[in-house]
Write a protein that binds this ligand. Structure first.
Ligand SMILES: [Zn+2]
Length: 455
């Protein structure tokens, strides 16, 4: 499969999509009261800049229900409802700028599916087609498994890589495991591409001695789309909707729960919202959503996993627990592993390594739960670009290769050390370079020919 041609088995039945939409719309009109329908199509979200100099300032803003999308030394930018803005103002927190949410979209126009100039991104059907293709071409060491269904009934697919046929058959292994997940958040489409490219890299280079020995000795799971409904909703009109949450009908005209605030460890203890209309709505209860339940049950039955990566965009950050508290994690040895791993990976991708709550308090996320509940070394990557002004959620397909290049070494490192993360302490970054295999990139798509767009 060559990157230039997009992807193998690209399914693009546009007429089918349109038909499916017509049916969906017809059903929606039949099943929903008109007020709910119009509410779901209307948004009072604004894109705001709010004054904030410290993590405490930022936490207060997150607490008011703003989804903070990026931070500067003097302010943050994010999405907020009119109500959240009133909450900020009541607390004398200065709103420096208040814009139509359109400003965050990046000016993309197009037709159904990804806008034409972003067609290299994989929608749900294309992702599944790519997984099926890679799975069938590597059937001796892979298996495609659905770990559950979304609110709207889409399968949440995981691909399992293990050189033991027995492990594949049982979906279980005693080898040490590494789990990668993408797209908890709908609009973070690059967070699907990087896990997919890593999967492809491992399988296409499986004969390479460095990769084959890792494949022999590890249990690998890649779940590229945790939130398929939200992802499809974001691209369904051909214009990005900047959707973050899943597609839960909150029965008040508002839709969606923030899956990365819905995990059950210290759920609802700060930095998430009880307002169903907010981007950071935590849900009615911990693990109320089928998507987070699927991940919970999957991880619980794969506790051979030692390292977990949840991929997000954007800001160029490497984050580790805690998010719900300003305290560092209590276990000094574990903290040293987290800090060493984050710092080491940052030498390669040049992202900023930090404890999640150094940004602002956020509770109910994947990594706090994976570490807090199961002791798994769990990281969040916020991929490129660095800021909204470099493309934000929609930096264009021209950045895909560069972002993958930046992160291949960190990904290989996580895979490498997932047998025993404690062995990272005291080792220099160069110790790990031997397991790095240079990616084979299509020259046409090399990032230098597609500089980051500006707007
Ligand atoms: Zn995210």
């Amino acid at each position: 499969m060559t990157p230039r041609n997009g992807r193998t088995g690209r399914i693009q039945p546009r007429s089918f999509l349109i038909q499916a939409l017509e049916i969906t719309v017809a059903l929606a009109i039949t099943l929903l009261p008109l007020s709910a329908l119009s509410h779901s199509e209307m948004s009072d979200r604004r894109f705001v800049q709010v004054a904030a100099k410290t993590k405490y300032d930022r936490s207060a803003i997150a607490e008011a229900g703003v989804s903070i999308e990026f931070t500067r030394s003097d302010s943050v930018w994010g999405f907020a409802t009119e109500e959240a803005i009133r909450t900020l103002e009541a607390q004398k927190i200065q709103v420096l700028g208040n814009f139509d949410e359109e400003i965050a979209r990046g000016g993309h126009e197009g037709v159904w599916d990804f806008p034409g100039n972003d067609s290299r991104f994989h929608n749900y059907a294309e992702t599944v087609a790519m997984l099926r293709d890679l799975n069938s071409r590597n059937a001796d060491i892979t298996r495609l498994v659905s770990i559950g269904k979304s609110v709207e009934g889409r399968d949440i697919w995981a691909i399992h890589i293990n050189t033991s046929s027995e492990a594949l058959l049982e979906s279980k292994s005693s080898k040490p495991g590494f789990i990668i997940m993408g797209a908890h958040h709908a609009r973070e489409h690059l967070s699907v591409e990087i896990p997919l490219m890593f999967l492809q890299h491992l399988l296409n280079n499986r004969e390479d001695s460095r990769i084959s020995s890792l494949l022999d000795q590890r249990d690998i799971w890649i779940i590229p789309i945790v939130n398929p409904d939200g992802k499809e909703y974001d691209i369904a009109t051909g214009r990005y909707r900047m959707w973050r949450k899943n597609r839960r009908d909150n029965r008040d005209g508002r839709f969606g729960v923030d899956l990365n605030r819905n995990y059950g460890y210290k759920w609802g203890t700060g930095g998430s919202s009880t307002d169903t209309g907010n981007d950071t709505y935590m849900g009615p209860a911990p693990f109320s959503e089928p998507e987070t339940q699927a991940v919970r049950d999957f991880v619980k039955s794969h506790l051979n996993a030692k390292v977990l990566l949840s991929v997000h965009t954007f800001s160029e950050l490497i984050l580790y627990p805690w998010g719900h508290s300003y305290d560092s994690i209590g276990n000094a040895r574990d903290l040293q592993v987290f800090e060493t791993m984050a710092r080491t990976m940052a030498t390669w991708n040049k992202y900023t390594p930090q404890q999640s709550s150094d940004l602002y308090i956020a509770s109910g996320d994947t990594t706090d739960w994976a570490y807090g509940e199961h002791g798994i070394f769990a990281f969040t990557f916020e991929l490129s670009p660095k800021s909204m002004w470099d493309g934000g959620f929609y930096p264009g397909q021209g950045v895909i290769d560069r972002v993958f290049n930046d992160n291949l070494r960190p990904l290989m490192y996580m895979l490498d050390v997932s047998d025993d993360p404690y062995r990272v302490v005291g080792n220099s970054p160069s110790r790990w370079l031997k397991n790095y295999v240079e990616p084979k990139m299509d020259e046409q798509l090399h990032w230098e020919k597609h500089p980051l767009p500006r707007f």
